[in-house]
Design a protein around this ligand. Structure first.
Ligand SMILES: [Zn+2]
Length: 155
């Protein structure tokens, strides 16, 4: 399933990409153009904008008015609605910055792109082939897992 998300839900965009879903994030696009893109690329529109939601429905676009006030509530809602798995596997993740599929990277190769402490403590790395952002299961990883667990408990 592919998604398109309007500018109000940037955080959710990063979550869906991390969970492996092809997610387009649009800013500064008028509603009609956004609906057109959703239609052409066959993407499900996620928004919190009631007017945009109505416009999409009139244009027969798959649209979901996102419920919830924080990441875990929103992820739980999406999981209930679309059956999205709330498990993170970096081997299937997409780059949170640019939506490309990230690929495993050898430590020697990314060494110059991460802080030296990080290179010392971690062995597994992934890299975005497009924007070159490097990923590893660092300190932030625990927070990611906690949020997903909380979301899962609300499904
Ligand atoms: Zn990237």
């Amino acid at each position: 399933m592919k998604f398109i998300i309007d500018s109000m839900l940037g955080k959710l965009t990063r979550w869906l990409r991390m969970l492996g879903h092809d997610t387009k994030y649009v800013v500064n696009l008028d509603d009609n153009t956004l609906v057109e893109v959703a239609k052409t690329e066959e993407r499900v529109l996620l928004t919190r904008d009631v007017e945009l939601c109505g416009l999409a429905r009139r244009n027969k676009i798959d649209v979901y008015l996102v419920e919830g006030n924080n990441s875990q509530e929103r992820l739980a809602a999406l999981s209930r609605k679309f059956g999205i798995k709330l498990e993170l596997d970096p081997d299937t993740s997409r780059c949170s910055k640019c939506n490309s599929k990230i690929v495993p990277a050898r430590k020697e190769v990314i060494l110059k792109d991460v802080p030296s402490g990080t290179a010392k403590f971690y062995e597994r790395f992934w890299r975005c082939p497009k924007c070159h952002k490097v990923y590893w299961q660092g300190a932030h990883w625990e927070n990611i897992i906690k949020t997903l667990e909380k979301a899962l408990s609300q499904t």
